[in-house]
Design a protein around this ligand. Sequence first.
Ligand SMILES: Nc1ncnc2c1ncn2[C@@H]1O[C@H](COP(=O)(O)OP(=O)(O)O)[C@@H](O)[C@H]1O
Ligand SMILES: [Mg+2]
Length: 235
Amino acid sequence: MYAVQIERLTKIYGSGATEVVALADATFDVAPGELVAILGPSGSGKTTLLTTIGLVTEPTRGRVVLDGELIVDNGWPPGLDLKRVRREKLGFIFQHHNLIPFLTTVENVMIALENNGVSTKEARARSMELLESLGLSQRLDHYPSLLSGGESQRTAIARALANRPRIILADEPTAALDTENGKNVMRLLKALAVENDSAILVVTHDHRMVEGFDRIFEVSDGRIVGERRNGSDNA
Ligand SMILES: Nc1ncnc2c1ncn2[C@@H]1O[C@H](COP(=O)(O)OP(=O)(O)O)[C@@H](O)[C@H]1O
Ligand SMILES: [Mg+2]
């Protein structure tokens, strides 16, 4: 079963003279464990693609099937519990990590688990373990303002992974990082896709960041204009 299937996904903002076709008829499938890059210039529709898959933006037309469950069918069905689906299936990583400034590193991860009904004790244990695996064992009780860019982004990754989502959506996760830290974050995402069998979709406009991806989609003017697959020798 595919982790993500989209079919003719389309988003039109505004109407009449101000109409913008942000996404037009995007169709693809992503398998569990696959690391996919969505590459394109600014304004090409990358964020719209990610947020329509992530149930943040309601598409104008088209379908989204997550983990075999038909979620979106020409718009959001009435009564669909978007929060439930997001919580159960999706993890988000953004360009700006959006850590909560008055919570420590470990608390920023714990909150994702506690929001999902995990007890404080278990949330703390799981958060510590995850942060340690991401090399942050010396930063557990630091506040976000004291973390480097790379450390903040790794904390945000830990938070996105805390509930072991089947699907991880990352919007320019390396844009605020230098090349070295950016490459480390990409290596980490790659390892996670393989280990957890998660589908990971990463939006980027940086061609240098796409090595190691299984597949690369090129987006231009809201359309998917190219698709290439990296051989396993490139991984
Ligand atoms: N909320 C919105 N209202 C109107 N137009 C929007 C909105 N969000 C994005 N757009 C337009 O849709 C197009 C695609 O935007 P976006 O998906 O953010 O592209 P990217 O992430 O590739 O930079 C752009 O022309 C943008 O101006
Ligand atoms: Mg964007």
